[in-house]
Design a protein around this ligand. Structure first.
Ligand code: XMP
Length: 520
């Protein structure tokens, strides 16, 4: 649990796929909240956390299951507002004296419309302007009798108790999911709930900056910190924040593996050394990485080689920094949340991910993670607060193994050179057409085939490349971006004219799944 000075809302997680979205909606409303799995929320935990309001999430269980998940009864004795969502609503009714009925195979899933009762409550301010409100349902069991003290404030054809409340105790229960996109007015409902609970919206990045700096100083004292700076948003924001807090006690190591984009190393080094005056070691180890990758074409082998070397190299430079006791990492809140997993069992490894996990123990370092409480868009807001230029903040994600996984087959310096140039033209095109911010990630992959073409009066025999552009919210699933034919044609012409070594351009229209975003 994190100690902050802010009013805190507790989300008790029962394993819904969309619990994180509840936290997102609340953070957008400048409300500080944390998600904790139901089995870790004890009475002692509640006392320490001291929430100003509680939300019970949805989840796949049934209150009839043996050992069905429950919040501690104490939640209902805290005297703070409680909102139960879907399973959270059912478990609330079950515990407070209502009745839940088994679904018997009649699940309600998808879009539904809720209409209001005569009485309008504050929770629904801004709702039903259009007489009915679209919501998203996803449940098997349903409430058949509401608990004493509750009244009905909204119904849908299949959910007579779609919205209920006990106004006296400020308990609210909804059968649908207000946090998802398909409940278009869901944010208003959360807003009404937190305003009723007395939240003032004190969670802003301006306030967070001060607080984070104070906490870093407390944690680190006069000791030294090292940070692996990649130039991505997370590590950049973490580094700048730390530098603001502890100045030259921080040293950053930027490992250049020779697999970066055009001018990337120079841009990162110039920005952090000159603009931020941050002590930075530019570890140019491209010879080492490219040497070890010579002749390797298997994707997993490439990833393992790069991951292993990265750790060795980082360690080598870090060992040279006398007295370093801490390692800074740009870990974000989604990596920290201990969500409940009902699926069980390890998931299949699709790709080995490149990171510095395991390093702190190996090197006997303690961790500093100043972004642990933040979602990605909060990190961006903090970056803006710290003066990072938009060109850095809005950058598309770039994978740790870099261009190696955009170069299927053997990696050669010639191919990397061609790839860098083609990628730069493609991104320039996207920016010129004002599409960069609509796209989650765009890049070129150079294919391990040469094809025949004709330029001027001559025959060419050059590489083919594939353009990739996807939209996504989290990189877990993705759709290909629907460029216009004009855009694609113009871009292909520019790449072929401006990049020697490419004579054919294709566009990758695979979504994820079944594809992945990167080619390897
Ligand atoms: P895939 O290709 O698995 O990628 O659909 C999903 C997202 O993750 C990025 N990616 C990586 N990021 N280290 C990283 O830091 C890696 O090893 C790595 N592999 C893929 C990818 O660019 C996309 O945004």
């Amino acid at each position: 649990m994190t100690q902050t000075q802010h009013d805190r809302l507790l989300i008790i997680d029962f394993g819904s796929q969309v619990t994180q979205l509840i936290a997102r909606r609340l953070r957008e409303l400048n409300v500080y909240c944390e998600i904790h799995p139901f089995n870790l929320v004890t009475e002692a935990f509640l006392a320490e956390f001291a929430p100003k309001a509680v939300i019970l999430s949805g989840g796949p269980a049934s209150v009839f299951d043996e050992g069905a998940p429950r919040p501690p009864a104490k939640v209902f004795e805290l005297g703070v507002p409680v909102l139960g969502i879907c399973y959270g609503q059912q478990v609330m009714m079950h515990m407070l004296g209502g009745h839940v009925e088994r679904g018997h195979g009649t699940a309600e899933f998808g879009r539904a419309y809720v209409t209001p009762s005569e009485d309008r409550i504050d929770l629904l301010k801004g709702w039903f302007l259009d007489t009915r409100e679209q919501v998203w349902m996803s449940h098997g069991d349903h409430v058949s009798k509401i608990a004493p003290g509750f009244a009905v404030y909204g119904t849908s054809p299949n959910a007579p108790f779609a919205i209920t409340a006990d106004l006296e105790r400020r308990f609210y229960a909804v059968q649908f999911h207000p946090e998802v996109h398909h409940t278009p007015n869901g944010r208003t409902l959360y807003e009404n709930f937190v305003r009723d609970a007395g939240f003032t919206g004190d969670w802003t990045m301006e306030a967070y900056r001060e607080e984070a700096i104070r906490k870093i100083r407390e944690q680190v004292g006069d000791k030294k910190v090292i940070c692996a700076l990649s130039g991505g948003v997370d590590s950049s924001v973490a580094a700048i924040l730390l530098h603001e807090a502890i100045g030259d006690q921080l040293t950053c190591v930027f490992v250049d593996h020779g697999l970066l984009r055009l001018n990337e190393a120079t841009e990162v080094v110039t920005m952090f050394r000159e603009h931020y005056n941050l002590p930075l070691i530019h570890a140019d180890e491209s010879e080492l990485f490219l040497g070890k990758l010579d002749g390797v074409s298997d994707p997993e082998t490439k990833r393992k080689i790069i991951g292993g070397l990265f750790i060795d190299v980082f360690q080598k430079y870090a060992n040279g920094i006398e007295g370093a006791e801490f390692l800074a990492q740009g870990t974000l809140y989604p990596d920290v949340i201990e969500s409940v997993s009902f699926s069980g069992g390890p998931s299949v490894t699709i790709k080995s991910h490149h990171n510095v996990g395991g390093l702190p123990e190996k090197m006997g370092l303690k961790l500093v993670e100043p972004l642990r409480e933040l979602f990605k868009d909060e990190v961006r807001a903090l970056g803006r607060e710290l003066g990072l230029p938009d060109s850095f903040i809005g950058r598309h994600p770039f994978p740790g193994p870099g261009l190696a996984i955009r170069c299927p087959g053997e990696i050669t310096r010639e191919k990397l050179e061609i790839l860098r140039k083609a990628d730069a033209v493609y991104i320039d095109q996207i920016r010129k057409h004002g599409l960069y911010d609509e796209i989650w990630q765009a890049f070129v992959a150079i294919l391990p085939v040469r094809t025949v073409g004709v330029m001027g009066d001559g025959r060419t025999y050059d590489f083919a490349c594939a353009l990739r552009a996807v939209t996504s919210v989290d990189g877990m699933t993705a759709d290909y971006y629907p460029f216009s034919h004009d855009f694609l044609g113009e871009t292909a012409t520019r790449i072929i004219n401006e990049v020697k070594g490419i004579n054919r351009v294709t566009y990758d229209v695979t979504s994820k799944p079944p594809g992945t975003i990167e080619w390897e």
